[in-house]
Design a protein around this ligand. Sequence first.
Ligand code: DSN
Length: 449
Amino acid sequence: MVTIGEMSSAAPVSTTGSGAPARVPTTLDSISLEMLELVGRQDPEIAAVLAGEAERQESTLELIASENHVSPAVMHAMGSWMTNKYAEGYPGKRYYGGCAWHDQAENLARDRAKQLFGCGFANVQPHCGANANIAAFMALLNPGDTVLSLPIKSGGHLSHGLKVNFSGIFYKIAEYNLDPNTEMLDYDAIERIALEVKPKVLLCGYSAYSRTIDFARFRAIADKCGARLMADIAHIAGLCATGVHPSPFPHAHVVTTTTHKTLRGPRGGMILTNDAELATLIDRRVFPGSQGGPLMHIIAAKAIAFGEALRPSFKVYSEQVVRNARALAEALVARKYRLCSGGTDNHLMLVDLRTRDAELTGADAEKWLERAGIICNKNGIPNDPRPPVQTSGLRLGTPALTTRGLGEKDMDTVAQWLDRVMGARGEEAECAKVREEVRAFCARFPLPH
Ligand code: DSN
């Protein structure tokens, strides 16, 4: 057994002489520095990993649409005593003793979530978005029932019916698609398919769709074909919470989401509804249906993040996310890139790389941009002729850049770097040049420490 004394006398990872690993960003808050120091004394290898990741995030531009940078309060609550506890069950009805503080944390998270989304029920225990969808499917469907959803190749999510996912394994999946001309949702076509296949669940909400979702129209279609409407707002949750995107309530019967994308909370999931009967079922399908002990350190951090999102400043942030996305889209279009659907209404855009260079793949662009300190992900575009490991598209989003304080005027600079790297086809010298410019730029926009 290693004692605290032995831990402190272990060799430090760093060359700084303090126990903290080298390459620690100077902008880290004192708690983070102490944490690195402490980990470094016990486990220099992992301390180096943590410091390296902090430095990577500090010195690169994060354009992955589903990522963000949490506040110090959210960050540190995740590394707290709450992680030590089993709290299976729900507040007031736990299977373990000693849960009084955990009940308070979960009640605060649930109440703030309800306030944020204007609904009557929240289950904040799902460990991630896919887990939220598993429990929601189990509450709404029996195995073999039909779900009508947008496939992943058109911007949907793997948990919405991909063959190799639980959703495609246990349920019958029918598909709607985007209009091939506009690359937008075609509500008339969705209605026709819905009336034909009569799904038990009509599913909307996407991972790579840059346009506003008409939840009211979806509900009208669901009512017409006798389906329940499920909205997975994982990507746009922060925008919905602040009214920057229309709310799925009162239209959706069940809403699922992650908490770490535009909502800027800890990595996790959540299920919301206004239907009391469904609420009881959802609770049962989360625990004991599909999960055991809730991650109480994450639930405490969710409560903090929801509290942050209830502040007026979060609406200002969300509006800026969308303005930045629009500015980035315009700057790319000005450089002759085609955007799927022609633009964006939300936090993301899907770039069709073929218009810039017929040979350019998403996989190449992702790799080259990383060399230059710009992080994004390859993404299939509607009717992409290339396989998912290659793709013809890039998905870009502005939530993380906006958290750092970048504004519309900075988006042209970002687009210029994107274009230089892709124009040079990832050539080492040009990537290295852009890398240095990006590093210097990032130093002007420290992460929230
Ligand atoms: N993997 C997430 C995304 O990047 O959109 C969705 O869960």
